[in-house]
Design a binder for this molecule. Structure first.
Ligand SMILES: [Fe+2]
Length: 608
């Protein structure tokens, strides 16, 4: 049975072609359209899937879409709003005295945080705005009304958006002659399905967490074999996705794309300044549930951001998030007698939170679906449908996208007038260049599916130099507070990281942090964050021999089994997809050398 999974059209639209539990092809539309987090029907990705697999539209048995029809979604939103109104009615919070005390706890920081003008930088917005934030975000009477109004406004906008995307879905499927094959699914079932069915675990607690989907912001289920049984719905608007988006936007970043910057920033801050205040926004009276006060009141986070250092605001949001999620995971692990947890949903892109879940009481094993955001939902329901209750095999890799032949690559290089040579032992040559201090772009094989570059569309550099984060990010037009992630030989994991046991599969996709060993801290300072953690990609040779061999050859030269791996793209552009994209990014990024297919390309103007 062949199923075309289409992820929600509102952001990061992705197409997946799945047959009998195997992903034949999966890629996000953004890689083809070159529009980050592309919203709209993924027509180019579908065309690429059909072409790469030689499939005619008529051979598709089913189109799986992970949202209900819009009237049903609207009804489900109303259920959550009613629950929020009931919680509002039972509480009145006055955070103002606690906030006054918190001002006294701000540490006097010196030193430098790259990307901030001062380590205690705050989001100064002017007196008028700050007064408005204080009133609407913290005064008990007004903040409650503002929160309710925000929830109702959100619901109206969501209803309109669902109607809009539904129309686009149906019309676009009609054009392909596929509209009668459309089947819809509950959104969080699709997240649960990709996490459980790709984990290879027999029995697992499934935790999904995102902004919104089918009336929910999350779910807890038990996966047994190929079956998924729901244990608890986590209702929107109690949503950790919107909670984190609020702090991301209040600190001046793009709420849907830059959550990772807040995770990085949080490590510099002190959660003691505001952590308890954030935690008091959660109602923890029902164990294993998620309930929050005034979650959609954006003025509260705006108020914090304008009065407190950015690092302390980020630290508080991250700290409270970790506590709440670890509590939920531990509660359900005890209830279900299950020590394995699998995760999916946009919130689980938070690699630090995932480490806390792995360390939580009762949890021994963890897996995080590599395409954890909504881009992975179409694949989730397609797996569920084609496995039909059968067990999934553990995911081996995420190289599900398009690939290009030697001939196509050579033709593109010639068209751009770049000199290239075919090198007999390319891995050894690349390792030698990296050891000598060159920045190498690597383009090879099938493109990664999901948000991370995992070696086939990556930029590689040695991890010995602590300041590389500043200059290389600057060259690539990025601001990051987290260091680059290290790719590490699978066999060397215990030399570099602590407590990887039970998280070996998750760590192959850069989805979880670990505390580093002293050896790692000394040998690879460029990859270790200020809190002593790193988010590695463990690489096994059978998964990607060309990539593995580069790290292995580098280890022979340096004694270090790690390199830093960052995505091959320019500022705010999607990761490169085609040889033409790679050449453009290579030249614009002033990188030293590019290994593309079997070829080595020197930077134009270099005399190497
Ligand atoms: Fe989602």
């Amino acid at each position: 049975m062949k199923v075309l999974g289409i992820s929600p059209l509102d952001k990061d639209a992705t197409a997946s072609l799945v047959e009998d539990g195997a992903v034949l092809f999966a890629a996000a539309e953004e890689r083809f359209s070159r529009r980050k987090q592309h919203a709209g029907f993924p027509r180019r990705a579908i065309a690429a899937a059909l072409e790469a697999t030689g499939t005619a539209p008529s051979e598709i048995d089913l189109v799986a879409y992970p949202f209900f029809d819009w009237p049903e979604e609207v009804e489900l939103i109303e259920r959550g709003l009613a629950a929020e109104a009931a919680l509002h009615a039972s509480h009145e919070i006055d955070v103002r005295p606690a906030l006054r005390d918190a001002l006294e706890r701000i540490p006097d920081r010196q030193g430098e945080i790259s990307g901030l003008s001062h380590p205690n930088q705050r989001m100064a917005k002017g007196r008028l705005k700050e007064l408005a934030y204080a009133a609407a975000g913290t005064s008990p009477w007004l903040s409650d009304r503002v929160a309710r109004r925000a929830s109702r406004g959100w619901a109206r906008a969501a209803a309109e958006a669902h109607r809009h995307w539904n129309r686009e879905l149906v019309t676009s499927l009609e054009e392909l002659g596929l509209s009668d094959k459309l089947r819809r699914y509950e959104h969080h079932l699709s997240h649960a399905a990709n996490a459980h069915l790709a984990s290879g675990f027999d029995r697992a607690l499934i935790l999904t967490l995102d902004g919104y989907g089918s009336g929910l912001s999350g779910s807890v289920s038990l996966g047994e074999g190929g079956e998924i049984h729901r244990l608890r719905d986590l209702l929107f608007p109690f949503s950790l996705g919107t909670y984190y988006e609020a702090v991301t936007s209040s600190l001046g970043y793009n709420p849907t794309r830059h959550g990772g910057k807040i995770v990085g920033l949080a490590a510099y801050g002190d959660p003691e300044v505001l952590g308890e205040i954030l935690l008091s926004r959660f109602d923890r009276s029902i164990p294993g549930d998620l309930r929050m006060h005034q979650n959609l009141n954006l003025y509260f986070s705006r108020h914090l951001a304008s009065h407190f250092p950015m690092v302390d605001v980020a630290a508080a949001y991250q700290w409270a998030l970790e506590i709440i999620v670890a509590e939920i995971a531990s509660h359900w692990a005890a209830e279900s007698g299950c020590d394995a947890v699998v995760l999916s949903g946009g919130v689980v892109a938070n690699v630090k939170m995932n480490q806390r879940i792995h360390e939580a009481e009762g949890i021994e094993r963890i897996f995080v679906y590599p395409n954890m955001g909504d881009g992975g939902c179409g694949t989730g329901v397609a797996l569920l449908e084609t496995l039909a209750g059968g067990r999934g095999a553990p995911i081996e890799h995420a190289y599900h996208g398009p690939e290009y032949s030697e001939r196509e690559i050579a033709a593109e290089l010639e068209r751009e007038g770049l000199a290239f040579t075919k090198v007999p032992n390319l891995a050894a040559e690349v390792a030698k260049r990296i050891h000598a201090g060159q920045v190498v772009a690597r383009f090879d094989g099938r493109m990664e599916y999901g948000p991370r570059a995992l070696g086939n569309r990556s930029i590689l550099y040695h991890a010995r130099e602590p300041h590389v984060n500043q200059w290389l990010n600057q060259r690539l037009g990025r601001t990051e507070f987290m260091p680059f992630a290290p790719v590490t030989l699978y066999e060397a994991r215990e030399r570099c990281y602590q407590r990887t046991t039970g998280a070996e599969l998750a760590a192959q996709f850069m989805t979880i942090t670990f505390d580093c060993t002293d050896w790692m801290g000394e040998s690879c300072p460029a990859a270790v964050h200020v809190d002593g953690t790193a988010r590695p990609q463990l690489i096994r040779r059978e998964v990607n021999p060309g990539y593995y061999d580069i790290v292995h050859e580098y280890e022979k030269l340096s004694g270090i089994p790690c390199l830093i791996n960052t995505s091959f793209n320019m500022h705010e552009e999607p990761i490169v997809c085609t040889p033409a994209d790679a050449i453009r990014a290579f030249v614009r990024g002033n990188l030293d050398v590019m290994a593309i297919g079997p070829f080595l390309v020197e930077a134009p103007g270099s005399d190497s």
